[in-house]
Design a protein around this ligand. Structure first.
Ligand code: PLP
Length: 430
């Protein structure tokens, strides 16, 4: 499989170069040249297949011979060593729990898969790669965990001092080995600006192979399509049309859902649920794409004013607005509505959702007002303990802390403080 840049001014590359580069030299996102549908029998018999078999069949064409089949199977086995259950909330609403991984965020699968691919390519290309990533919270933990101990890859994570939760900070700063946490005296935007600077700094680029680990990278984006297949496998026996409501920020996850649909998965519709950062819901109303600065909310992993992957979705539908509308509806919700939804879900059957999942639930309910017969699945993208304060306060309940989280709470933080781009550069040039 070859990948081209959506800006159209960079060479076509194969999977390994798309992964190592992250973004194309013309700053465009890489996109697969074609998506070949899987045979009908794959979807008919999907309940006979294991998660690894499903994932291997689905991702094979995107990787091709760049990773041998046996190694790809081993990678998938390691990446997918936890559960992805669909839990019924009512008779026509289920939630796909994506938080059973090591950092309890759905980003674990993409981060682990990318780490394994990059590790494989850096060994076979005999070149060490440095992954540079800025985080406002969840990405950093999933990336740190996914890349821990991967040979040939160093990871440098920038996070804003005092602006991530205690749990999130410990997930970033307690691992050691090939992971270094840089604690930036500034905001998330400052961290992101430093990372952007580094990618444009010729001295650095001559000195080392730098790449990023956000959902722009095809190896982080594409494996998210597994979630939709795993959910379909579990929901198929209901015999109803299926819709997915995806809490969306950078729109990588939902875009992977559309890839699953292109592979032939029967799905009636997608709902992109957002918080008040409503660039896409606005676009779906007006056909005008107007990015804006982000607004802080209680579902903070979705505080994105200019979603980087939305362009991939538009491209999948060849920028045909009518076609896109047949497949996608998008709604936005306030923090107040999100808290009401947390309570509502809890009152149905004592299910504790997190603020991101609650936004997904709201979008699904709204869609079902006009489509009452469909079976809807909203994605639970993080475990509620990761948003402990707001969930406990809203539900007036104490949450139990799971073992993955307890383990990091006991460890000591180790970070290097920096304040300027020059300090970052000095650190990287060492
Ligand atoms: C990253 C994240 C999202 C948004 O996913 P996108 O692929 O960026 O749309 C939603 N929920 C949680 C908990 C996240 O960490």
């Amino acid at each position: 499989m070859k990948y081209y840049s959506l800006n159209g001014k960079a060479p076509i590359v194969s999977f390994d170069d798309a992964v190592v580069n992250g973004i194309a030299p013309d700053k465009g996102l890489y996109f697969p040249e074609k998506i070949n549908p899987l045979p009908h029998s794959f979807f008919e018999d999907i309940d006979q297949l294991s998660h690894e078999e499903i994932a291997f069949t689905a991702i094979r064409q995107f990787v091709e011979e760049k990773i041998p089949d046996d190694i790809l199977k081993n990678i998938l086995k390691e990446v997918l060593d936890f559960d992805f259950p669909v839990v019924d909330i009512t008779s026509n609403i289920g939630t796909l729990e994506l938080f059973h991984g090591p950092t309890m965020a759905f980003k674990d699968v993409g981060a682990r898969f990318m780490a394994q691919c990059l590790g494989y390519f850096s060994r076979s290309h005999k070149q060490e790669v440095t992954v540079l990533v800025a985080t406002s919270g969840d990405t950093g933990g999933a990336v740190a965990n996914g890349f821990l101990g991967v040979e040939g890859v160093k990871v440098v994570i920038l996070y804003p001092s005092g602006k991530v939760s205690d749990i999130q900070e410990r997930q970033l700063t307690t691992l050691g080995q090939n992971i270094t946490a840089l604690e930036v005296d500034g905001t998330f935007d400052d961290c992101q600006a430093m990372v952007k600077n580094a990618f444009l700094d010729k001295d650095l680029l001559d000195h080392m192979k730098l790449t990023s680990a956000n959902s722009i990278n095809v190896a982080r984006w594409l494996p998210q399509l597994f979630y939709f297949l795993f959910a379909f496998k579990q929901a198929k026996s209901k015999g109803k049309e299926i819709v997915f409501s995806v809490p969306s920020g950078n729109f990588g996850n939902i875009c992977a859902g559309f890839v699953a649909q292109r592979l032939g998965m029967p799905v009636k519709h997608f709902i992109a649920s957002t918080n008040v950062n409503d660039t896409v819901p606005q676009f779906m109303r007006t056909m005008e794409y107007s990015p804006k600065p982000s607004t802080a909310t209680i579902s903070n992993a979705m505080d994105v004013g200019d979603p980087s992957n939305f362009i991939r979705i538009r491209h999948l539908f060849q920028d045909n607005f009518e076609k896109l509308k047949e497949n996608l509806t998008s709604y936005s919700f306030t923090d107040e509505q999100t808290k009401e939804a947390l309570k509502e879900i809890y009152n149905i059957n004592e299910y504790v959702a997190d603020p991101h999942g609650a936004v997904g639930y709201l979008g699904l309910k709204k869609y079902q007002e006009e489509h009452p017969k469909v079976y809807g699945i909203f994605l639970e993208t993080a475990h509620p303990v990761k948003f402990l304060d707001v969930v406990e306060e809203t539900l007036s309940e104490k949450l139990e802390i799971p073992p993955q989280i307890l383990r990091v709470m006991g460890k000591n933080k180790k970070s290097i403080k920096i304040g300027t781009y020059q300090e970052l550069k000095n650190f990287l040039m060492k």
